[in-house]
Design a protein around this ligand. Structure first.
Ligand code: SF4
Length: 193
């Protein structure tokens, strides 16, 4: 770094320790005591004994173990899939010729497992409400994400105040099952028409 180490600590030093190696090599060849340039502390240079057991020597390893443990537990408990249920773009609902009210729903599934999985989508707590899904089950490759666009058709009488909550269940038949609440929107006059 273009400095003279004999001038003591300097801010240009990047602590690469090459001067220590070079000094040790030269002093060894000359048969002189090693350690002229070495890692030390101001207190040690002033003659105080070196303290090997310092709080940070205990604190940092314990902190590292705790962080690694928390990370391991989080990874072990991570669900094998992640499901997000979103409202479809465009108008919030359409009234079908049958009189039913249809909502478009997008279901995003992230497969976090190491195998290809097929996810079955169905509705919970939704008697008389139909699920129209072009691709069901939805296949998702390992580590990939796919989105299913489905439609939920409900009779007008199913709505109160223009809305109705339903459950959207996604399961893979291999132990994973997720239930998300989704709010259907419909005409605010409900079943009075
Ligand atoms: S540690 Fe590296 S940068 Fe610092 S004085 Fe020694 S050789 Fe130079």
């Amino acid at each position: 770094m273009g400095m003279d180490v004999r001038d003591g600590l300097q801010m240009e030093c990047i602590h690469c320790a090459q001067c220590i190696d070079a000094c040790e090599t030269v002093m060894t060849k000359l048969g002189r005591p090693r350690g002229l340039i070495r890692h030390s502390s101001r207190a040690e240079l002033q003659g105080e004994p070196r303290r090997w057991l310092r709080p940070r020597l205990v604190f940092y390893p314990v902190l590292l173990v705790l962080v690694l443990g928390a990370l391991t537990v989080a990874l072990a408990r991570r669900a094998p899939a992640d499901v997000t249920v979103l409202r479809g773009s465009g108008s919030p609902f359409v009234v079908l010729p049958s009189g039913e009210v249809s909502n478009q729903v997008r279901i995003k599934i992230a497969n976090r497992s190491r195998e290809h999985r097929r996810y079955l989508i169905d509705l919970a707590g939704a008697d008389s409400i139909r699920l129209i899904a072009p691709e069901n089950p939805l296949g998702v490759a390992a580590g990939k994400t796919a989105t299913a666009t489905v439609f939920v058709a409900a009779p007008r009488a199913a709505f109160a105040g223009g809305q109705r909550d339903i459950g959207v269940r996604v399961s893979d038949g291999a132990g994973f099952s997720s239930l998300s609440t989704f709010r259907l929107l419909g005409p605010s006059d409900g079943g009075r028409s």
